[in-house]
Design a protein around this ligand. Structure first.
Ligand code: Q46
Ligand code: ZN
Ligand code: ZN
Length: 317
């Protein structure tokens, strides 16, 4: 297989795009594609300040790399969740994120959950009912809160995450199976800013995981290979697997699934993203973040409960 641009040996054959490229041209093509999507979906302007949520994995580091190469002003935010589970997951991913920032002379902000909130995510999950099944619920809620707070407090215009097409198609698949119209209405490349919430964008939403992985590899980005050990058995992994099997039979089906959803949404298939009425939203009396709760927000409620139960339990994780 030869590169379509120069005829050299292709490094990647993308059957879904009927396109094969050598390493050099692939490393140009992917940032070009990313820039095209940034403009197409009006994610942000060149003068805006971007905060990239960095996990230490291939997607977020590749995204940070590409945004910097494209000339955007992009800082990184790493949230240390205190997840170990015998793999040292948080320690290793934090090291990878910090090493990347240092070698590329980029600014990385770090929020250490156990140090600032008093417990790791697995401990918080164990101490609250939220962790009855999986810690992902308390983890996701905590990450969303921290990302929004950091972006807002530090004056960033937009928060960018490295979700790729495989992630987005799996979420879409799950939401479609249950016709979760509320979630479907809010899924897309851009979630506009709402009262107290910063704009969120996914510049990689149309890129296959295989493509972002190849980019990281060919660029020599040193990322954490392991997935979070707590993701084991997650439904999203099952959906990803199902979709990948379909993709093998029908190259391009994942992209078609996602794009036709966006098209249908544009055409009014779903109600416009139901922004919660501004009147229902008010600042949490404890942390100031927007909430619809009559009392403190769910972040404050959860972490207050964690602290109370930890004190009752005594020292030690
Ligand atoms: S939510 Fe769940 Fe992830 Fe948090 S506990 Fe791990 S798998 S890191 S995206
Ligand atoms: Zn080439
Ligand atoms: Zn709060």
């Amino acid at each position: 297989m030869k590169c379509r641009k120069c005829g050299a040996k292709a490094a990647l054959n993308m059957r879904q795009h009927r396109l094969a490229l050598c390493a050099e041209h692939f490393l140009e093509w992917l940032p070009d594609q990313t820039q095209r999507f940034i403009q197409k979906y009006r994610m942000f302007l060149p003068e805006e300040r971007i905060l990239v949520a960095v996990s230490g994995g291939k997607d977020s580091l590749s995204l940070w790399d590409i945004l910097s190469r494209l000339g955007y002003s992009a800082d990184g935010l790493y949230i240390d969740l205190g997840i170990d589970h015998g793999t040292g997951y948080s320690t290793v991913s934090r090291q990878k994120a910090a090493a990347f920032a240092e070698s590329h002379m980029l600014k990385l902000l770090i929020v250490d959950v156990p140090a600032t909130l008093g417990a790791s995510i697995p401990t918080a999950a164990r101490l609250t009912h939220r962790g009855a099944q999986k810690p992902c619920s308390v983890c996701g809620m905590t990450k969303r809160h921290i990302m929004n707070r950091m972006a807002r407090d530090l004056g960033y215009d937009v928060l960018a995450t490295g979700h790729n097409l495989d992630d987005e198609a799996a979420v879409l698949f799950g939401n479609t199976l249950t016709w979760a119209t509320g979630y479907l209405a809010r899924q897309g490349p851009v979630l506009d800013a709402e009262t107290g919430f910063v704009r969120k964008v996914k510049p990689f939403c149309r890129l296959y995981e295989r493509e972002t992985a190849a980019y990281a590899l060919l660029r020599g980005i040193d990322y954490v290979y392991e997935e979070c050990p707590l993701a084991d058995g997650a439904t999203s992994i099952f959906y990803k697997d199902v979709l990948s099997r379909m993709e093998t039979e029908r190259p391009g089906i994942k992209l078609a699934f996602y794009l036709s959803f966006l098209q249908a949404r544009l055409g009014g298939f779903l109600a416009a993203p139901s922004s919660i009425a501004a009147s229902e939203m008010h600042p949490c009396p404890a942390c100031g973040q927007p909430t619809t709760s009559v009392d403190v927000c769910s972040f404050c409620r959860t972490w207050n409960a964690v602290r109370t139960r930890r004190e009752a339990e005594g020292p030690g994780e």
